[in-house]
Unconditional design. Structure first.
Lengths: 536, 267
């Protein structure tokens, strides 16, 4: 199978050579599509998924505008989306994820589950780290134990806390034993928790210097970094997935201002840009020289309440009133300029558990007024702190106006990011417009943080419901997908009833591409898989 | 006097904002987001579909009153302190002036930013911060004036007949040194408006949905290429107000300065 794939790739390479000799690459690449049998896609191509079904040319430098600096390349210590993205192009993950949200092979070739607390992972053979050492079961055990070691201080240790023991059975087999059955256990290994770095390099550089000396098995090697300016990654010529990656070099440039990123894309300073400004999306879609790629269901927005006694949010009726008091449609238009979708749950539309028909609330001021009457709070007043984020500022002002309509006064106060985070972490936000940032392959990965009584967000919001904890225990032990789906529906219902989080929107992730960029696949978690990308 | 005319007109517009505004400043209309100027909305609408003209007029009330009250506050503190320091001399003078020197050593915006960050965001706190930053200017100015006249014969005469220090300060010295303060105050209003706008631009000034010119610039900035009218309107307002305050200050200087008046008469 591997062999046939290799010849397949070779064919692509010869095609691209043919293409490079021409004066008019865009036309020819279009012709190539027809040749390659991809009909009906049109001039603008947002290629779908996994293996690109068109001629992928080799070579070139892909320049990318990021919204923030990756800061650290140590997969177990990096924090933001950009750091995760860069770490994943240097280190392969144990598992991939397919378009349906299922696990797919990566460094793990195949896997089995002898019982509901044991996993056997059979690793891909012949894989080498960038420093020439072999990738094997010992390396996997070393990496997972590095995450679990409190001295490492990895924020990822929480997501694999169900793991009891990990051992190397033989050179290419790893056995993991859990403390309790957990259906979503393997999903974190599709992200940085599953990134395997060279144990020799981790030993050599230590915790302090590993962040700028990453050594993985991935498609790209770390070649240079200048903080807040650029990160340079170079092609790994010995990559196990033969033929990939296609580009010789990746340059990642952090550009915090949305309009500046857009100008860079329009003028050819970058070939690919993260986070297009939402207000420009509609206009950009009509422009031929920029491809707008949208992935629905990247994050969800909620209005959060604090249930601690001193805050008005301790009153359940008061919180429930907001389910009816907000006009989600209006919020969708104002805060998101009509991009993304109105939302009523924490299960994102890109997830198989999502129910698109689930709409338990409407915009109903009478209903909100009735609940507020029942709350007995009279004319309530609450303070909401705001981060300097345009989306939240628009949303908050609209929510403020809608709440005023039903007799609740919201005082808005702007805070910088650091103070906002400090207030959130100390559990001192009476009301927030926080929302959940970023897609995770399994909803347990974030809903347990928000709703489980031991979850950090639940604690910050003063939320603790034994019925909710019970539902979480049940869905974790459940291996049947349909039954888990049903349990998540019950979790959603209870979440909406308790209304600590009032959901209102699913937002899309937008990326802008130059038409030169081929093979781009817009992943649900917004992380770019550079190894599939080639330049036309 | 163009300055007086501009400032007077702005004050009038601010006072009449409730009458002149075609819409309530906080009325959200999400069907008309960022719409360009039209007969319905003379200056267009903002990102929440609110009428920019109405927000500009109501913003004038806050921006101007923040600027003016900051100046009044700093004059009320700075003038007495400067008077006393200059008149008393010695250790008192040294102490007060070294404190003010250290305040002046810091860039005004950085200092105002620090103070309002400590006090917490809000228009009142921003005004206080601006006032604190401006106090040394007035205190030093008046101290210099006091030093230059405190040994004049009429002061010495008053003191020698036993007039109390307070009466000497406020009845004999103050009226003779106040004119540069008036000029400085007029110029200071322009400076205060810019500082308030800067603080609001950073988010430390007026909190949403309240609009000041500075916070309007902050919001509109991100739509620069999409809705230029949104950023132009408050920016022009700030420009005109500051220009007016400066012209007024210069006009007052010409009017109050006896040397310049004589010079003007000669030519």
């Amino acid at each position: 199978m591997v062999n046939s794939k290799a010849t397949h790739e070779k064919k692509f390479i010869s095609r691209s050579a043919e293409k490079e000799s021409t004066q008019c690459p865009s036309l020819l690449s279009r012709r190539q599509f027809v040749k390659a049998g991809v009909a009906g896609v049109g001039g603008i191509v947002i290629p779908s998924l996994s293996a690109p079904a068109f001629a992928a040319g080799r070579g070139g430098t892909l320049k990318v505008a990021l919204t923030a600096d990756p800061i650290s390349f140590d997969p177990h210590l990096t924090g933001n989306l950009q750091g995760r993205g860069a770490a994943q192009s240097i280190h392969d993950t144990l598992f991939g994820i397919d378009n349906k949200g299922n696990l797919s092979p990566m460094l793990v070739d195949r896997w089995e589950q002898p019982d509901n607390k044991t996993y056997l992972l059979h690793l891909r053979s012949g894989v080498k780290f960038h420093d020439g050492t072999d990738f094997d079961a010992d390396a996997v055990v070393y990496n997972i134990n590095r995450i679990r070691n409190p001295e490492t201080g990895s924020i990822r240790s929480g997501e694999i806390k169900a793991l009891d023991r990990i051992e190397a059975v033989d050179r290419l087999t790893v056995k993991m034993t859990l403390k309790y059955p957990f259906a979503a256990f393997l999903f974190p290994f599709t992200d940085v928790s599953g990134c395997i770095g060279s144990p020799a390099a981790f030993e050599k550089y230590g915790k302090e210097r590993a962040n700028l000396n990453p050594v993985g098995t991935g498609p790209f090697k770390f070649a240079g970094y200048s903080q807040d300016t650029e990160t340079v990654l170079e092609r790994n010529g010995n990559y196990w997935d033969a033929g990939k990656p296609y580009v010789d070099r990746l340059i990642l440039r952090p550009i915090p201002t949305g309009s500046t990123r857009l100008i860079e894309l329009q003028t050819g300073g970058v070939d690919l840009s993260e986070g297009l400004p939402l207000q420009n999306i509609a206009a950009l879609r009509t422009q031929p020289d920029i491809v707008v790629s949208e992935r629905v269901g990247f994050r969800w927005e909620y209005i959060g309440f604090n249930a601690k006694e001193k805050f008005p949010g301790s009153n359940a009726r008061f919180r429930q009133a907001f389910q009816w008091a907000i006009d989600r449609e209006a919020l969708h238009h104002v805060a998101y300029f009509g991009t993304g979708a109105v939302g009523y749950s924490g299960i994102l539309p890109s997830h198989p558990f999502h129910e698109s028909a689930y709409k338990p609330f409407t915009y109903n001021k009478d209903m909100a007024g009735k609940l507020l009457d029942e709350s007995g709070l009279g004319s309530a007043e609450i303070t909401a702190y705001l981060r300097p984020e345009p989306v939240k500022q628009r949303a908050a002002q609209l929510v403020q106006a809608m709440a005023a309509d039903v007799g609740v006064k919201i005082n808005l106060e702007q805070l910088d990011y650091a103070s906002h985070r400090a207030k959130l972490r100390s559990g001192e936000l009476p009301m927030d417009m926080h929302g959940w940032w970023g897609y995770r392959p399994d909803p347990d990965q974030y809903l347990s943080v928000l709703l489980g009584s031991d979850g950090s967000y639940a604690k910050r919001h003063g939320y603790n419901n034994p019925k909710m904890d019970d539902l979480f225990r049940k869905q974790r032990a459940e291996t049947d997908r349909d039954k888990r789906r049903a349990l998540f529906r019950r979790i959603t219902d209870l979440m909406n009833e308790d209304a600590i989080y009032v959901p209102w929107h699913y937002s899309s992730d937008f990326k802008g591409l130059s038409p030169r960029v081929k093979g781009f696949h817009h992943a649900a978690d917004a992380i770019i898989e550079y190894k599939h990308i080639s330049l036309g | 006097m163009a300055g007086a005319l501009i400032v007077g007109l702005l004050l009038l517009v601010a006072l009449l904002a409730p009458v002149l505004s075609p819409y309530p400043p906080d009325a959200i209309n999400y069907r008309h987001l960022l719409s360009p100027p039209s007969t319905e909305h003379l200056l267009g609408t903002d990102d929440l579909g609110r009428d920019i003209l109405s927000r500009l007029l109501y913003g004038a009330q806050l921006s101007l009153s923040a600027g003016i009250s900051a100046v009044i506050l700093s004059v009320l503190v700075g003038v007495p302190v400067g008077l006393v320091a200059g008149y008393a001399g010695g250790m008192t003078d040294e102490l007060v002036m070294r404190v003010f020197d250290s305040i002046i050593a810091l860039p005004p915006l950085v200092l105002a930013l620090t103070i309002s960050a400590v006090l917490g965001p809000g228009l009142v706190n921003a005004t206080i911060a601006i006032a604190i930053v401006a106090v040394p200017t007035y205190a030093r100015l008046i101290r210099g004036q006091v030093l230059s006249i405190k040994n004049n014969d009429y002061i010495l005469a008053a003191r020698s007949v036993g007039v109390s220090s307070r009466a000497v300060l406020f009845r004999h010295i103050l009226p003779n040194v106040i004119s540069p303060i008036i000029v400085q105050a007029a110029l200071g209003v322009g400076f205060a408006i810019i500082l308030e706008s800067s603080l609001s631009f950073i988010g430390l000034g007026a909190q949403p949905p309240t609009s000041t010119w500075g916070s309007m610039v902050q919001t509109s900035f991100q739509y620069l290429e999409l809705a230029p009218w949104f950023v132009i309107a408050p920016s022009v307002a700030i420009f005109v107000a500051v220009l007016g305050a400066n012209l007024l200050g210069e006009g007052l200087r010409n009017f109050l300065d006896p040397n310049q008046k004589k010079a003007a008469q000669k030519t």
